[in-house]
Design a protein around this ligand. Sequence first.
Ligand SMILES: NC(=O)C1=CN([C@@H]2O[C@H](COP(=O)(O)OP(=O)(O)OC[C@H]3O[C@@H](n4cnc5c(N)ncnc54)[C@H](O)[C@@H]3O)[C@@H](O)[C@H]2O)C=CC1
Ligand SMILES: O=C(O)CCC(=O)C(=O)O
Length: 634
Amino acid sequence: MLTKPLEQTYFVIDFDSTFTKVEALDVLGEISLAARPDRNDILAQIKAITDRGMAGEISVAESLRLRLKLLNAHRDHLPALIETLTGKVSDSFQRNRVFLTDHADQIYVISSGFKEFIVPIVTPLGIKEDHVFANTFEFDEAGNIIGCDCTNPLSMDKGKVQLIRDLNLDGDVYVIGDGYTDYEIKEAGLANRFYAFTENVMRPTVIEKADHIAPSLDEFLYHNKLSRSQSYPKSRIKVLLLENVHPVAVNLFEQEGFKVEIRKGALDEDELIEAIRDVSILGIRSKTQVTRRVLENANKLMTIGAFCIGTNQIDLKTCMERGIAVFNAPYSNTRSVVELAIGEIIMLIRNIVPKSNQMHQGVWDKSARNSFEVRGKKLGLIGYGNIGTQLSVVAEALGMEVYFYDVVDKLALGNARKCKSLDELLAIADIISMHVDGRPANKNLIGKREFDLMKNGVLFLNLARGHVVDVPALVAALTSGKVAGAGLDVFPHEPKTNQEEFVSELRGFPNVILTPHIGGSTEEAQENIGNFVPGKLLEYINNGSTYGSVNFPELQLPLLKDSHRLLHIHANVPGIMGRINQIFAKHDINIQGQYLKTTESIGYVITDIAKNYSEEVVEELKRIEHTIKFRLLY
Ligand SMILES: NC(=O)C1=CN([C@@H]2O[C@H](COP(=O)(O)OP(=O)(O)OC[C@H]3O[C@@H](n4cnc5c(N)ncnc54)[C@H](O)[C@@H]3O)[C@@H](O)[C@H]2O)C=CC1
Ligand SMILES: O=C(O)CCC(=O)C(=O)O
């Protein structure tokens, strides 16, 4: 985008809420007013004045005068202010300090703030002290801040315009700022372009005047093809988070600078196809069905995070064929499911649900009939994975005898006993709890034949997946009394949102606990998942690591250091690795590290190379036949 050579181009950068995340005078107020009981009121007034000034509603001089008066600040407050502001430099400025130092001769920081704190903040990042233009404080003899140097143009209206005019820069001028006074430079014809900087604040009156919106310095650098710390600005990468994932996840993506859209419920196939078109990272829970049709319409999609354990709602094979890495949270909610299962077992065996419902009708039925202890009862676990094993341990602690059946030969924990067949387990258990995964082969794993094999009066729990139980067969078993009580958290058809009605023939049975798929829905589990899954997705996006992916070849990669990383995902056909390396050899590229892992259908090759290579290498790698996806990271 630059029209002149870099040496004849000047970058004018605003300080408050651009170079730093905050308005310095707001922070000064928090320090200087710390002991005042009416502090919050005054701070709110200061903030409101700042915003009115930045939006162009009051003059700079007026804004400064009003705020300095309210601040009641002293020279001694400045060291604490500088310390706080040093920790509040905008993330994209922090990570692009190489740009700031390499082009120090062309960069000016121009602000209506004050040199006393701006210079110590910006110069360690490479800005030259004599390229900082700002106001200076006026102090009284006791060191109180009583005003500013009123002869400085920056204390006046259109001060930035006047200053740029006085600087008389011989070249193109690009202005980056979040305030109206930054736009005024362009309005006065003294800048070629004005970039509204929105990493920290969005001011509609400023944004509407901008030539371009820069959600980060990376975007500005990318737009102008300037050297930068990120190969592709995160602000251009869209994240779509569905099904009410925990806010901690939203924060993690926003802190990294991604563009994040959130929706409360799940979307149906057509809605998802519409929403996913320009999405690179998708986050879902158990309800959103990511089908082949959806994936065929998701050309930018790089990765999916299942903010849960189960991934049966995602067409993993198609994801793999399209080079989309899928991650989940395999452990974060297991304890929550186990606790719910234990709670339900006790409620069911004591016949508490009908008793409680009767009490609500005014019926007092104090009796021990049909009420038992769990101690000494036989608990049968179908599926002895992360949840099954944890439930096994907790149930034994309550004095239960645990039996389990798993298709894989699993180590029995504690005194749990392994059953050789499903039928053996069905015949032996007083209480049966399902903890298999949701693979298609498990559809109707428990049907009429299996219920018939169970003991009369058995208790039955399904907190795994709805389709693993044949619901009409369960209804018949409940009706006949074969099953004396059940706890069901998952169903073949679950409402997509809380507004939809739950329709099921299981409604209305007295000793059946129905819960809306909340086995993993505790604050603790959701927060754990909200931290865990973004961690995996970010490792993949930032570094290429696929460790923990449920459908991709797993690679844990070293951090990128002083090199560029080329990630090549291809169909697993013979000869691709050779062709990749032929291209490197042809261009005389020094390979610093190379990693390869394959599954039966795809290969994932990561090559770290020195930074000085020609663009052609990238183009040739992308053109290799059978390439599915290619990414460049630095
Ligand atoms: N209700 C809820 O909110 C939640 C439900 N879940 C569901 O719980 C289930 C279990 O989760 P994890 O223990 O973490 O999974 P896991 O993958 O660790 O364990 C599943 C176990 O089931 C076994 N298995 C699969 N098919 C089987 C079959 N036909 N017969 C016997 N064993 C079989 C597997 O070999 C494995 O050991 C999953 O379906 C998961 O989606 C998980 C978390 C929350
Ligand atoms: O909490 C959710 O949305 C789904 C929980 C679940 O079923 C899972 O983790 O597999």
